[in-house]
Design a protein around this ligand. Structure first.
Ligand code: GLN
Length: 540
């Protein structure tokens, strides 16, 4: 029954052992990329065993950025890696959480769909997991789906997912399923030898659950020694050629080459009975190389609220690096906590003069907001290229209204609910919403760009579609006064109800967008606003 549901798609399951943060997401994306380059229709799925329905309500400083999909999903940041590697927009279904699975199961139980049965983890929850995977694979007519399971083998919360994978292997048969286990071979300074015991133990843990890995992707600093490979092969019971060294690479986009140089596609092809096993690299190698070699450095200050964990802005980081690489430059980012500029101290703000450009990313809430307003104003007054994103768009408008239009008591009502001049205000349709999860203005919306503006030049088009995640917007009661003072509102959406881009002519580059431009950037194809910003910054 399951094999029918999968409709001929094959599944690669990626699990992780030893500890988190080993780069499972990059291994998953790189494997998918290689299969795509070999001519297969592939996609990825991220399983997050936490109980949250989605990542939308999670603190970015603890969990990293919330990645927004076209269809309004608030997803785990790994979805961003998948999109960047295989240049394919994913739907929110590609991020499965325990919360989502249980919500589906409980809803079905309430609807009486289980016909009086006692609803259990096995088979009901595991069936729901398998069905969710098969539905995507068959709906998208995938040749191969690469499924990454978050967390580390042995975690209680991932057990139902691993059990579902195990059942899928049984039901779909060996040529249709394959397991990659990502582990670590650490080196202790004193001994200098790559240690294999953590890998051995985590494979044992996986086997206890009933899964024998086909491939081990072993993270290490330098290429895995033959000794270590042999030992791992013996203890984990996988052939030598199936132990793949995932040593440090000069850029994540080089990882597909690292894996392929050890024949990973041949191994996968053999196991899954695939005919094509040679990647047609096209321009991928040149793109990957552009991140490893560079001529100059562009220094960008990112002034934001969640800088203690750079992963909170991971797509911004990648979009900047895509733009830098495309002009042969490395973008060096300094993450600056906006609270540092909170009291408007001009001397402190003067440190921003050391940068080629200033970027203000997304954010929520009052803390640190005055610092962003100060930085946005500093960039304008000192002719330093500025890119504002969402919060950085809204607060650039506040800065402009205060310092150029000389409006008093002006703010975003998010930050100062009783402000006399709420130049950024709640979107009317948000007023009666009480739930926090999934209720912002989310996902892709069409945007119309006014002709003869900087935006029209930046995008080379008068129509774009970009992703959003906000509750507040520019209040158009102030359109006349800001326009008179030289701020150009150059794009709109929802038939003119929402403003989407601001720009200041006669500035080196002062551009801010209500949408999250970072989610559309790809290696070799930087998002246009980032591209124009980094180009302007590189001219310093
Ligand atoms: N807090 C602002 C809003 O909700 C900006 C959101 C963001 O930067 N993603 O509108």
């Amino acid at each position: 029954m399951q094999s029918k549901a999968a409709n001929g798609s094959k599944f690669i399951f990626v699990t992780g052992g030893v500890m988190s943060g080993l780069g499972k997401g990059v291994t998953t994306s790189s494997t998918a990329k290689l299969l795509q380059l070999a001519g297969y229709k592939v996609s990825c799925v991220k399983i997050d065993p936490y109980v949250n329905y989605d990542a939308g309500t999670m603190n970015p400083v603890a969990h990293g950025e919330v990645f927004v999909t076209d269809d309004a999903g608030e997803c785990d940041m790994d979805i961003g890696n998948y999109e960047r590697f295989i240049d394919t927009a994913m739907t929110k279904d590609h991020n499965i959480t325990t919360g989502r699975v249980y919500m589906d199961v409980i809803r079905a139980e309430r609807e009486g769909k289980y016909l009086g049965q006692c609803v259990q983890i096995i088979p009901h929850v595991t069936d729901a997991i398998k069905n969710a995977l098969c539905k995507i694979a068959s709906g998208e007519k995938l040749d191969i789906m690469v499924v990454e399971c978050g967390g580390t083998v042995g975690d209680i919360e991932s057990l139902p997912f691993l059990e579902a994978f195990r059942q899928m292997e049984l039901e779909l048969g060996q040529p249709n399923t394959l397991f990659i286990h990502v582990t670590l071979a650490p080196v202790l300074d004193v001994v200098g030898e790559q240690k294999t015991k953590p890998t051995q133990h985590s494979v044992q843990e996986l086997r206890r659950i009933g899964i024998q890995p086909d491939i081990l992707a072993v993270r290490c600093k330098t290429p895995l020694s033959n000794d270590a490979r042999r030992k791992i092969s013996l203890f984990a019971s996988v052939e030598d050629k199936c132990v793949i060294s995932c040593h440090d690479a000069p850029s994540i986009y080089k990882v597909p080459e690292v894996l392929e140089s050890q024949g990973i596609l041949k191994v996968i092809a053999e196991r899954l009975g695939l005919r094509r096993s040679t990647p047609q690299w096209g321009n991928w190698k040149a793109i990957a190389e552009s991140f490893a070699k560079y001529g100059g450095i562009v220094r960008i200050a990112v002034v934001g609220k969640y800088v203690t964990l750079p992963d909170s802005y991971v797509s911004v980081y990648h979009a900047l690096s895509h733009a830098g690489a495309s002009i042969g430059n490395k973008v060096e980012i300094q993450w600056i906590d906006s609270e540092k500029f909170e009291n408007g101290d001009q001397q402190r703000l003067a440190m921003l003069k050391n940068f080629d450009g200033i970027l203000a990313p997304g954010g929520f809430g009052k803390r640190g907001s005055e610092g962003i307003i100060g930085a946005a104003n500093f960039a304008r007054a000192n002719n330093i290229p500025y890119l504002g994103i969402c919060f950085g768009f809204q607060l650039a408008i506040v800065a402009f209204a205060r310092h150029v239009c000389k409006l008093g008591d002006v703010n975003s009502s998010e930050l100062e609910p009783n402000t006399k001049n709420p130049i950024v205000d709640f979107m009317p349709e948000q007023r009666n919403i009480h739930d926090l999860g999934g209720t912002m203005r989310l996902g892709a919306h069409d945007i119309a760009i006014n002709p003869k503006t900087i935006a029209a030049r930046v995008y080379g088009s008068n129509a774009i579609r970009r992703r959003h995640r906000h509750r507040y917007e520019f209040n158009q009661k102030y359109l006349e006064i800001v326009s008179k003072n030289g701020l150009v509102l150059s794009a709109h959406s929802d038939s003119g109800r929402r403003m989407e881009i601001i720009e200041i002519p006669n500035h080196r580059f002062y551009f801010a967008v209500q949408y999250h431009a970072e989610f559309n950037s790809r290696p070799g194809k930087p998002e246009q606003a980032f591209d124009a910003f980094v180009k302007a910054a590189a001219k310093s």
